[in-house]
Write a protein that binds this ligand. Structure first.
Ligand SMILES: [Fe+2]
Length: 311
């Protein structure tokens, strides 16, 4: 598949209750690289193998959760076109000036029907991954610090109107539906997994009455051994674990869910399969989420916290 339009998740701005506690968690336990701090006091981090300056921005607040989630698009012409397409679709968009986020160009921000703020941008300074471009080594010492995921992979958001969200992402932004969970009555969709790429999900949504909620940000590891090692590191650092290590039936990802010091859930995972846009979406019944193993395939049960705890 030619990669045009929306390329990938680019950055998330996360609210934390105590900035330095948050930095210690994401930098020292998760093992991200701190790349800057701005005049507002926000802290910028990236995963070791990411090329762009930042993928996670921490902002201190008295309320945990997510400010916005952003996707990088191919170039500035694509950004202009998608902005026009969003406006023609009926959404209000806002241009955030270049530099408002460190090392990041102009962003187009809009609110989706689930109450989340989504951004598109085309430019972010490429600081590299610490490897040479010519004849590089396969990894750097940064790949051994903390859990050391290779990238911010996707997020799962909770909010209302996910049928409208699916329409917007698929009809305007070029995403496609990969998997879904039907509602309890077998009608409608209780959850959707959407991709703009060859990944099993770039963003996912669960129908939920409260708007704008974060279920988790997810960070990619390269092997099951690394997921088990992540579990060891989380336990050594007394990080509270929600679920796992286990495997999802949905997406086939092998996962651990845990909470950062502010109560924001994050995921370290590996695996999944590589879908194409012509694949028929995989459908899970509502019961399939629990006893069908959609959430936890080995245990085939619903974990209450998965459906109820969000920030
Ligand atoms: Fe996930």
């Amino acid at each position: 598949m030619a990669m045009t339009g929306v390329l990938r998740p680019g950055h998330a701005q996360l609210r934390v209750l105590n900035l330095e506690e948050g930095v210690r968690h994401y930098r020292d336990v998760l093992g991200m690289v701190e790349t800057g701090r701005d005049a507002q006091g926000r802290v910028y981090l990236k995963c070791w193998d990411e090329r762009d300056h930042n993928s996670l921005i921490l902002r201190e607040s008295d309320r945990a959760g997510i400010d916005f989630f952003a996707f990088k698009v191919l170039d500035e012409a694509t950004l202009d076109k998608l902005e026009r397409d969003l406006q023609e679709y009926g959404l209000t968009t806002e241009r955030i000036p270049a530099g408002e986020l460190m090392e990041t160009g102009e962003r187009v921000r809009f609110e989706i029907p689930s109450g989340h703020k989504i951004e598109l941008y085309a430019t972010k300074t490429q600081v590299g991954n610490g490897l040479q471009v010519t004849n590089p080594a396969p990894w750097t010492p940064a790949a051994e610090k903390g859990i050391a995921p290779v990238r911010l992979d996707h997020c799962l958001l909770y909010g209302p109107n996910i049928a409208e969200v699916k329409k917007l992402f698929c009809e305007v932004l070029g995403f496609y539906l990969v998997e879904r969970v039907l509602g309890p009555d077998g009608e409608g969709e209780a959850a959707i997994w959407l991709s703009c790429s060859h990944k099993v999900h770039d963003i996912a949504f669960v129908e939920h009455p409260e708007p704008g909620k974060l279920h988790h940000l997810s960070f990619l590891l390269e092997s099951w051994e690394e997921v088990l090692r992540a579990g060891d590191i989380l336990a050594m650092n007394k990080v509270p674990i929600d679920i796992g290590p286990t495997r999802h039936g949905i997406t086939r990802g092998c996962t651990i869910y845990a909470w950062d010091p502010s109560g924001n859930r994050f995921e370290t995972f590996m695996g999944g399969y590589q879908p194409y846009p012509d694949y028929e979406p995989t459908t899970w019944t509502f019961d399939g989420l629990g006893e069908g193993g959609g959430l936890d395939y080995p245990q085939r049960k619903l974990h209450e916290s998965f459906l109820t705890v969000v920030t």
